[in-house]
Design a protein around this ligand. Structure first.
Ligand SMILES: *Cc1c(COP(=O)(O)O)cnc(C)c1O
Length: 354
């Protein structure tokens, strides 16, 4: 295979045509700067309509900024944020949340399949209540999780009751929020403000934009002075319309949902094709647009030699991410390559690395 082929990440993909078109439309005439333009107003109004509530909406460049700044707006430097040990805010943001909050500590919880359990949250809140320990103030949930699983509305309900009991605000890292909505087939409100989420970082980038995340405050009091926080952090785009117009493109005609459904369906197709190949196993259940596959190391190497790209950063399993741009042909080609390579490697090698 001469071409570059990948399941490495949903952000390897390009910009979806609807977002691109909106970007072109925004380029047709001058508009006020710093978010005072008509596109930003329209995108924010579209998000309010989508969530069916009067939320506060801000746009920033990337997910690390969205998470870090929104978490900083929840608590003070002496507070702490409870998250799963695999959470992006812990493992992949270079200390951004602690930096933006001037030192709020992340308290790491556990739970199978990348999901925080109510018991784990309860344990972290109650194990210390003295003045020498950073006071838990927020809970951060990733939806869909870093390992491609999803919190169900029922699970969110139980978590909310724990959060209420201990007066924790709920932050949601929605890098793949669209994929979760598509997979659960729920109204976006059902797994956000109706489930007690105070602030959502809704990713446009992984859904089909060049860049741009929406920070959506359902708890509007937390948004006080947020624009100053964004400006100070270098996250106020002067030509904001080039972030917000593509958002309009995503939100119109539910393109965001179609993109997510397509990505999820590609991951399902991948799982379906790989599941019966002897020696191949899944580390986590496939619920959204990602699949974590265990294959012998030589097979992974041979796949890479054929030009396939994917990451192994979670315990050696190959992470296969699908996006709006993934095609069924590529999925089927990957499955065929895995099947062929698995047959080439002797069984003892497979057992050895399983
Ligand atoms: C991609 C991602 C983000 C955002 O990352 P940036 O590179 O800062 O845009 C946040 N959370 C999760 C779970 C992600 O996968």
């Amino acid at each position: 295979m001469s071409q570059f082929e990948q399941f490495a990440s949903d952000n390897y993909s390009g910009v979806c045509p609807q977002a691109w078109k909106a970007m072109e439309a925004a380029n047709a005439k001058p508009e006020p700067a710093y978010g005072e333009d008509s596109w930003t107003l329209r995108a924010a109004d579209s998000l309010r309509a989508l969530f069916d509530t009067d939320c506060e909406v801000y746009f920033v460049f990337n997910g690390t900024a969205a998470n870090s700044l929104s978490l900083a707006s929840i608590g003070q430097s002496f507070h702490s944020v409870i998250c799963h040990e695999l959470a992006h805010i812990e493992t992949d943001e270079c200390g951004g949340p602690e930096f933006a909050s001037n030192g709020s500590k992340l308290l790491l919880g556990q739970g199978p399949e990348g999901k925080l359990t109510p018991e784990s949250i309860e344990h972290l809140v109650t194990k210390r209540t003295d003045i020498h320990y950073p006071k838990p103030k927020a809970l951060s949930l990733t939806q869909a999780t870093e390992v491609g699983t999803i919190y169900t509305p029922e699970e969110l309900k139980v978590i909310k009751s724990v959060a209420d009991k201990h007066r924790l605000n709920i932050h949601m890292d929605g890098a793949r929020f669209a994929n979760a909505v598509a997979a659960l087939d729920v109204h976006p409100a059902d797994i956000t403000w109706k489930a007690g989420v105070d602030v959502l970082c809704f990713s446009g980038t992984k859904n089909g934009l060049a860049m741009g995340e929406a920070v959506v405050f359902f708890n509007r009091s937390l948004a006080e002075d947020f624009e100053w926080r964004c400006k100070q952090a270098g996250q106020l785009a002067s030509k904001m319309r080039y972030i917000s117009a593509p958002w309009c493109g995503l939100l119109e005609n539910d393109t965001w949902l179609d993109n997510a459904r397509h990505a999820n369906a590609c991951a399902a197709r991948l799982a379906n094709g790989l599941k019966d190949i002897p020696g191949v196993a899944f580390r986590y259940p496939r619920q959204a647009n990602g699949l974590f596959v265990e294959m012998p190391e030589p097979v992974q190497e041979a796949l890479r030699a054929r030009g396939w790209r994917f990451y192994n950063f979670i315990g050696g399993a190959a992470r296969l991410m699908c996006s709006w741009a993934t095609t069924h042909e590529r999925v089927d080609q990957f499955i065929a390559d895995v099947r062929e390579l698995m047959e080439q490697f002797p069984a003892d090698q497979i057992l050895h690395t399983a």
